[in-house]
Design a protein around this ligand. Structure first.
Ligand SMILES: *Cc1c(COP(=O)(O)O)cnc(C)c1O
Length: 357
């Protein structure tokens, strides 16, 4: 069986060696030495500010919303994983869905402005599949209307835009280090924010709102453990190889797939990409279903990332039309994609796709 992804596991002895250090220190959590080391190494690797390592990418989003004390309406993308809009809803705000761009699959800035009301407090946009949003236009809109910008950068580990880390854009960026993501710690996530005071507040919020015996505010437990940090340190050490291998898999797919009959999102020249996913957009939902069924029959499990379009979820009680997102959601598939996907299997997958277009 070939799944859409296969979690990268580092050398077991290297991991055990880290676990032995935990046995020696007897520190398992509460920002121990490995969590601090991981944060510092992530900041070096990405060439960005020090992140805060948290328990997952969803709590990272919730903490970002809480830190800004956001209320009312948050304009967001319908084309993302459900955690993006559910975090907004969970925090008592209303997700307002702006349609996406056909080429980047990210939120369309032209659609944002028309949705701004006196109740709008922020824009929460996803760099979907690691493809950067139109950050300049979003920044201009946010400045004009005094809105906060939060980027869900769950897919964007290692991405650079104009030579700068993608995590440098917006007021806060979040990442997920879930086992299915490009860089992972088993479960985990991070918050990136250049403003020291805000970062201090987030740190307080993620640790019950108190520092030892001084209680400041209502908080939550968003901390992550030394065991997860140990995994992260091992995976991070192999990151250059992981990225290199993913690039090779992508170029093999590119050369084998019939790209005349399927579309891929556009990645601009000013982006240093991380090869996070391999999405293909088929001509119709019927063709997508045909391709998907043919792959499944061969024990190959692609995923409908991202389906359904989030504006269609009834439990948000919203009613927004996002025709571009709805159309793309209905006919997109992410093909199996991981560093050790064998060339024979890439070939096999590409043939099955091509035969069913
Ligand atoms: C995975 C993901 C999340 C959630 O991250 P977890 O670490 O699984 O909580 C949020 N947003 C997007 C876009 C994701 O893909």
């Amino acid at each position: 069986m070939i799944f859409v992804t296969k979690t990268y596991l580092p050398n077991k002895e290297t991991y055990v060696e880290k676990i032995n250090q935990i046995w020696d220190s007897h520190v398992l959590t509460n920002r121990g030495p490995m969590v601090l080391e991981l944060e510092s190494k992530i900041s070096d690797f990405l060439e960005t500010s020090l992140p805060l390592f948290v328990s997952n990418g969803t709590i990272a989003l919730q903490l970002a919303i809480k830190a800004f004390e956001l209320e009312g309406e948050i304009i967001t993308t319908p084309f993302s994983y459900v955690a993006t809009s559910s975090s907004i809803f969970w925090e008592g705000c209303k997700p307002i869905f702006a349609d996406i761009c056909k080429s980047s699959l990210c939120i369309n800035p032209e659609k944002i402005e028309a949705l701004i009301t006196k109740n709008t407090s922020a824009i929460l946009a996803t760099h979907v599949f690691g493809i950067p949003c139109d950050v300049e236009k979003i920044e201009a809109i946010a400045q004009k209307h005094n809105l906060k910008i939060i980027y869900d950068a769950a897919h964007s580990f290692g991405v650079k835009l104009n030579g700068k880390s993608i995590f440098d854009y917006g007021d806060i960026s979040t990442c997920s280090f879930h086992a299915t993501k490009l860089f992972h710690t088993g479960e985990g996530g991070a918050i990136f924010c250049k403003e020291d005071e805000l970062m201090k507040k987030i740190k307080l919020l993620h640790s019950f709102g108190h520092i030892v015996d001084d209680y400041y505010t209502v908080g939550i437990n968003g901390k992550n453990s030394e065991l997860h940090a140990a995994m992260g340190l091992c995976v991070l050490a192999d990151m250059d190889i992981i990225l290199e291998k993913r690039k090779i898999v992508a170029s093999l797919y590119n050369s084998l797939l019939n790209l005349e009959k399927l579309k891929k999102p556009t990645i601009n020249e000013n982006v240093q990409y991380n090869y996070a996913y391999y999405p293909i957009i088929l001509e119709s939902e019927a063709i997508m279903t045909k391709v998907r069924n043919a792959l499944i029959k061969n024990d190959i499990m692609p995923r409908r990332y991202f389906y359904p379009s989030l504006n269609t979820l009834s439990f948000y009680n919203t009613n927004f039309q996002c025709p571009v997102s709805e159309s793309i959601s209905s006919r997109i598939l992410c093909l199996p994609y991981y560093p050790d996907l064998e060339p024979e299997n890439i070939n096999r997958i590409a043939n099955i796709v091509n035969q069913n277009l």
